[in-house]
Design a protein around this ligand. Structure first.
Ligand SMILES: [Zn+2]
Length: 311
């Protein structure tokens, strides 16, 4: 397959070819009649393989002096793999047209001898630029991709960012195929770029007594504050019985809430808290809380960083 001259890259050009086996067109919108077909593999003269996905008829304009002549080509294969319109001269010759080569051009005439058009020979090829006023982007039909396919093409950025790139028009020429399937990428999982799913059922040993291990989490600002101005709440869940106590907070400072909970446990159950389990939130990493836990002999346990089910 010949390549277009460098200065024509991005433009649509019609190549009149002697050796091709089919008319070929890469622009679906330019078919006046079209029928989808099962993918068919074709091989070009340079052994390049491509697939056609349909067949139909197109109109082409052949330059004829100061004007153009429009003729209809039938049985044209549709493929996105080739960036040009390939016009098989032999097929034109088989219809009611004649092709005469000589003097650096290809003359196409009707059977009665009337001249239809002249294709100049340039760089050993017979070609013309198709409708040069059309924007070059028209040559590319938007490619449809699953969001995870594009995720892989874009270097494994987050699926959400991938989706936004296309929907906000930052990446053009693509369309995302909606999918209800969960978005998973084996490569990302193996590279530990994604969070592990949190099991629905508790795994591992449970605490054998109240206070042996307490899970805590801070719930981020509520959209509507309480009458007392509290927008957060912190939870303390005992790993033995799943008993959960929550405290409303105005600020993200959980130390006082923890002291209150600890005092309640001590007063009513006469035990201390052996272990506090939390995520890496800043409120749990404060030096005040760490110093207080150390002073009480309470061990800290932290979940995996950025774990979405951390609590
Ligand atoms: Zn990935």
């Amino acid at each position: 397959m010949a390549s277009p001259p460098a200065y024509l890259k991005g433009q649509i050009w019609d190549l009149y070819d002697l050796g091709a086996s089919h008319h070929i067109m890469p622009i679906r919108e330019d078919f006046i009649e079209f029928q989808s077909t099962t993918p068919k593999t074709l091989t070009t003269a340079n052994q390049q393989e491509f697939h056609s996905g349909g067949i139909g008829n197109i109109l082409i304009s052949i330059p004829n002096g100061c004007t153009t002549t429009t003729i209809c080509l039938t049985s044209v294969l549709y493929t996105l793999s080739i960036g040009i319109t390939l016009i098989l001269v032999r097929c034109i010759d088989d219809t009611r047209y004649m092709c005469l080569f000589g003097n650096g051009c290809c003359e196409i005439c009707r059977s009665d001898g009337e001249l239809v058009g002249i294709i100049p020979k340039r760089q050993a090829l017979y070609w013309v630029v198709r409708d040069i006023n059309k924007p070059s982007a028209h040559a590319v039909k938007p490619t449809k991709l699953m969001v995870m396919d594009l995720h892989c093409c874009m270097g494994h950025i987050t699926p959400h960012a991938t989706y936004e790139l296309v929907t906000k028009g930052l990446v053009t020429g693509l369309k995302i195929i909606p999918s209800k399937e969960p978005e998973k990428c084996e490569a990302c999982i193996k590279a530990k770029l994604t969070c592990q799913d949190i099991p629905k059922v508790h795994q591992g040993k449970r605490a054998t007594r109240f206070g042996e291990e307490v899970w805590s989490d801070l719930w981020r600002p509520l959209k509507v504050a309480t009458l007392g101005g509290q927008k957060y709440f912190v939870s303390f869940t005992n790993n033995h019985s799943q008993w959960t106590t929550i405290y409303l907070l105005q600020m993200k400072d959980i130390l006082e809430a923890y002291k209150t909970f600890e005092a309640w446990v001590k007063k009513h159950l006469n035990i201390g808290i052996a272990c506090l389990h939390s995520n890496h939130g800043g409120e749990y990493m404060s030096t005040e809380l760490i110093a207080y836990l150390d002073s009480k002999g309470t061990v800290r346990k932290l979940t995996v960083h950025n774990c979405k089910g951390a609590c």
